[in-house]
Design a protein around this ligand. Structure first.
Ligand code: TGC
Ligand code: FAD
Length: 388
């Protein structure tokens, strides 16, 4: 298959700086050359290509928009464009990078002690250490405020009991950022692999995000020193601040998945002959492609605008909710239409589209479900909460 040429109907490239385009093109080449040849097999076998991790580190993508401690210090638009290209490869690759960057390195950078930053950030930027983020529990997903995982002060440290579920990177992580209830409210802790009483288990039989490690974490009287508490992470608000960063990346990632579906459907429709003509020549096929292109163009503008707001410090978390909610929803619709356009071949992993379609079902649920983002925006407009 020839390489992806980009998708820019509205000349949005004119709104990007040279540096932003270089980031995008570098990640694009990396995905095409190093990742695309691996993904079908890994998706089928439900494994993650671990050999890709140091290469993502070499490219400087982990924690790329953080400053200092070996991080690249890019802007938000560069981070978004990188997420777009990684997810054009597979949502599992973007998930690896966004959990590491937005849900582990960001809280260490924002809420950690100097010692924690100096130890973890350079190693994580290089991909030598991997992290995971434990907020969701078996009985508390959309309402993390109800979490049961508990950390009790014990002399000079803490004892953690509880469990987390659906945790990306859990089984391969060297460190987990764990949110737990204490006598003084919710706090964030760093629980290292191998800590006594800390176990992880893989969640198997997934039909979505197959090329991504998803795990359960259990904590039974896990003792950690006070130096493993994130000193500035006090209250659920700090966990939600991490989610803003990851949700923003997902709003771009969804564009990448949709672009790949568009590209594959376009090629296929020109090659596939039915009734003596390429299916691209039928009006109904053209209408489908026009709708896909129009929606992708709108998604691109929305993500770019929110990125610019973020870089200018003018964003609100509701802006990110709109971008995540809209772009994931539209990408999922696009993947379904593209799957249909490929006919029976569309259900084969070899044709790529159904892989994106299945992955996008997870994006619709994780990082705040589509419903939760709808309610966040509804509350913002109405000034009335409809959560309970
Ligand atoms: P609520 O009372 O609304 O808020 C508590 C405090 O937090 C503030 N706040 C935020 N601050 C920053 N960013 C946000 N997005 C914020 N949302 C709320 C709020 O102002 C308040 O501050 P203060 O100063 O008054 O204390 O809290 P609530 O308990 O009613 O919950 C609100 C709700 C439902 C929106 C929130 O809990 C939520 O977002 N739920 C969804 C949970 C979720 O998204 N989980 C994601 C887990 S991680 C994951 O899925 C990773 S997938 C990764 C991958 O593989 O890519
Ligand atoms: P629930 O909260 O039980 O929701 C079930 C349904 O009810 C949904 O449709 C929801 O929209 C709806 N609903 C809930 N509340 C309301 C309401 N008030 N009004 C209307 N409808 C409502 N979590 C982490 O902490 N770290 C991770 O790394 C992580 N990675 C993940 C990876 C994958 C592949 C997946 C699938 C999930 C991951 N998650 C992770 C968990 C994810 O964040 C949760 O699945 C998500 O927040 C939803 O929680 P839930 O699954 O418990 O669904």
């Amino acid at each position: 298959m020839s390489k992806f040429q980009g998708l820019d109907f509205l000349r949005i490239d004119d709104l990007l700086s040279d540096e932003e385009k270089i980031t995008r093109d570098t990640v694009r080449r990396f995905v095409d050359d190093k990742f695309m040849p691996l993904i079908d097999d890994h998706f089928e076998k439900a494994t993650f290509p671990m050999e890709i991790i140091p290469k993502v580190g070499e490219l400087g993508l982990f924690g790329m928009k953080l400053h200092g401690y070996g991080c690249a210090g890019t802007n938000n638009v560069q981070y978004g464009l990188a997420c777009q290209e990684l997810e054009r490869g597979d949502s599992g690759l973007r998930s690896l990078m966004s959990v590491q960057s937005s849900l582990v390195m960001y809280p260490i950078h924002s809420f950690g002690s100097e010692e924690q930053k100096e130890y973890w950030l350079p190693r994580m930027a290089a991909g030598e250490k991997i992290g995971c983020f434990g907020l969701t529990e078996p009985d508390h997903g959309s309402d993390p405020a109800g979490m049961k995982t508990r950390a009790k002060k014990d002399g000079n440290g803490w004892v953690i009991n509880g469990s987390k579920l659906w945790i990306t990177n859990g089984d391969i992580a060297d460190v987990a950022v764990v949110w737990a209830r204490t006598d003084e409210g919710i706090k964030g802790f760093l629980v290292e692999k191998g800590a006594k009483g800390f176990l992880t288990f893989p969640i198997e039989k997934k039909m979505s995000l197959r090329a991504s490690v998803t795990s359960g974490l259990t904590f039974e009287d896990v003792r950690i020193p006070e130096s493993n508490r994130l000193p500035e992470a006090t209250g659920l608000k700090c966990a939600l601040m991490c989610l803003n960063e990851a949700r923003y990346g997902i709003s771009w990632g969804a564009i990448g998945a949709a672009m790949d579906c568009y590209d594959r459907a376009l090629r296929y429709s020109k090659e596939r002959i039915q009734f003596g003509k390429p299916i691209a020549s039928f009006q109904l096929t053209q209408r489908k492609m026009v709708k896909i292109l129009t929606e992708i163009s709108k998604m691109q503008l929305l993500a770019l605008h929110v990125g610019r707001l973020k870089d200018a410090g003018k964003w609100r978390h509701q802006h990110i909710s709109m971008a995540k909610m809209n772009n994931v929803n539209e990408a999922l619709k696009i993947a379904r239409v593209a799957r249909n356009m490929l006919g029976a071949y569309g259900i084969s992993i070899e044709y790529g589209v159904i892989r994106h379609m299945c992955n996008l079902e997870s994006l619709y649920t994780y990082e705040g479900t589509h419903d939760i983002h709808t309610l966040i925006l509804g509350e913002d407009i109405m000034k009335i909460s409809a959560f309970f």
